[in-house]
Design a protein around this ligand. Structure first.
Ligand SMILES: Cc1cc2nc3c(=O)[nH]c(=O)nc-3n(C[C@H](O)[C@H](O)[C@H](O)COP(=O)(O)OP(=O)(O)OC[C@H]3O[C@@H](n4cnc5c(N)ncnc54)[C@H](O)[C@@H]3O)c2cc1C
Length: 455
């Protein structure tokens, strides 16, 4: 589909070093971190500005060429895989922090900025951008997937932290949506519509992010329980007691065992909760900590490791950040299928209990952002062994259906991509038709990240 004439047009816009048809570059942009089948784009382009993006999209629109935006490809459902080939837009050159407005708790960025790098810069101003998906994601990829993470339970997901975005539409025109005002009742919330749309409605080039002041005090807690139900009931009680944890993570005994083995740790190999609280100062957090301890003990907690201050927090949390890598490393030759569902908090215990029964006998690990009712299961297996892999996929199917039956969702944070497309009808019913109409209106030719959301 992409001939020399089109490559020439793209080079005119971006220069020779902004356009690559090299095999290794295309391979790098053919897959994310999931098991979904890689597809090589025809060409990868590296714009410097929104005007470059607009001009690239005009070329694609005039020639009916698919376009897939690309952050750093850490998605887990095939979200940035260019299934229909075409042009892949990599935003790595659009990595500028445009303005920091400390007094408004806002920052303007280009979408190629890596959020971890941004937070290093913002810490000098006593500020941070809270959604924390763990991997070194870009702001554009986080907007694409409406990513969330460990601290979402207190500070919200990406959608709660984006105020305004600049979007290149399918015909190359550019619009601004959202507002810099902290609140607004003005018109339809188009900004929210683009967040989590995985590049299927428009391509975001710049964003104004809502920031939070770095807390003056931290406490962290690791609580170990004899049984999964004791841990998950603790989650519900802490969350419904009016406390406001800044993080509330669940890890099952298999996760703890793999962390011990891979990292040489000596942690209890039992269901564990990791919690964190933020406050004005450390003294003020002590009563909160005492209350949480009481709830843990009422739920038969057998061990509590607690710490006050940023260093203690880092000690208690280090192993949580390493979970995915440790699990992968412990099963050489096998690939992960990563499940991601979320349910209302009152159903969390039931959901985790169901999952534990379903995965019996598999190399499977259960953990998640428990305070948000979000659960992940990583199953390590061999996709080449169709019988085994089909079983893993069937279990994934049943787990999602169970979450939906509990009034949950088929994806808490990883997005729809390729892997969750077939659940949308079950989850959204008749309203799926309106999503299709929205897609048609913004992208009549179907050139924006085709093959995602809808088959
Ligand atoms: C170890 C590990 C842990 C993870 N933990 C979490 C977690 O806790 N929470 C979580 O939410 N996710 C998690 N993820 C998934 C992933 O990291 C996030 O979804 C992340 O936001 C993806 O960012 P990215 O820059 O890699 O985007 P990509 O994967 O490159 O793209 C993501 C989607 O956004 C689209 N996109 C990219 N840029 C733009 C743009 N400028 N405009 C419009 N659309 C765009 C892409 O087409 C794609 O559909 C994890 C992944 C890994 C590997």
């Amino acid at each position: 589909m992409i001939d020399e004439k089109i490559l020439k047009e793209l080079r005119l816009i971006l220069g020779d070093d902004g356009v690559s048809t090299g095999q290794s570059v295309r391979e790098l942009h053919s897959h994310d971190e999931s098991f979904h089948t890689p597809v090589l784009p025809d060409v990868v382009v590296f714009p410097n500005s929104k005007d470059d993006v607009s001009r690239i999209v005009r070329v694609a629109n005039d020639n009916n060429i698919p376009i897939t935006p690309w952050g750093v490809g850490t998605s887990l459902e095939g979200n940035p895989i260019p299934v229909d080939k075409g042009i892949c837009i990599d935003f790595q050159k659009m990595n500028k922090v445009l303005a920091i407005r400390k007094e408004d708790f806002q920052v303007d960025v280009q979408v190629g900025v890596i959020y971890k790098d941004l937070n290093k810069i913002l810490s000098r101003y006593g500020l941070f951008f809270p959604p924390d998906p763990g991997a070194a994601a870009t702001i554009g990829g986080m907007i694409g997937n409406n990513a969330s993470g460990i601290r979402t339970v207190k500070y919200g997901a990406t959608k709660d932290c984006i105020m305004k975005i600049k979007v290149v539409l399918a015909d190359g025109s550019v619009i601004d949506v959202g507002s810099r005002a902290r609140k607004s009742s003005s018109g339809y919330n188009l900004c929210a519509l683009f967040i989590g749309s995985e590049g299927t409605l428009g391509i975001v080039t710049e964003a104004t992010l809502r920031l939070v002041g770095l807390p003056g005090g931290y406490t962290a807690l690791r609580a170990v329980f004899p049984d999964v139900i004791n841990a998950t009931d603790t989650v519900f009680q802490v969350m419904s007691s009016g406390l406001m944890p800044a993080a509330m993570e669940f890890l099952d005994s298999d996760v703890m065992a793999v962390l011990n083995k891979d990292r040489g740790l000596k942690l209890h190999e039992m269901p564990t909760l990791l919690m964190e609280f933020h406050g004005y100062n450390e003294e003020g957090l002590k009563p909160e900590l005492a209350f949480v301890e009481d709830i843990c003990r009422e739920n038969r907690c057998i061990f509590l490791d607690k710490g006050i201050g940023a260093t203690e927090r880092a000690r208690l949390w280090e192993m949580r950040h390493l979970t995915f890598e440790s699990i992968k490393r412990s099963h050489p030759g096998l690939l992960p299928l990563i499940m991601d569902v979320a349910v209302p908090l009152s159903r969390y215990s039931e959901m985790v209990g169901y999952i534990k029964k379903e995965i019996n006998g598999l190399k499977a690990y259960v953990f998640g952002h428990a305070g948000d009712g979000n659960i992940h299961v990583i199953v390590m297996d061999n996709p080449e062994d169709r019988v085994r892999w089909n079983r893993v996929e069937e279990i994934n199917e049943r787990i999602v259906l169970k979450a939906l039956s509990l009034e949950g969702t088929c994806t808490g944070e990883h997005g729809v991509g390729i892997g969750k497309r077939h659940f949308l009808k079950i989850e959204h019913g008749d309203s799926l038709e309106f999503m299709k109409r929205v897609k048609k209106m913004f992208d009549p030719k179907g050139i924006l990240n085709p093959g995602k959301f809808f088959s």
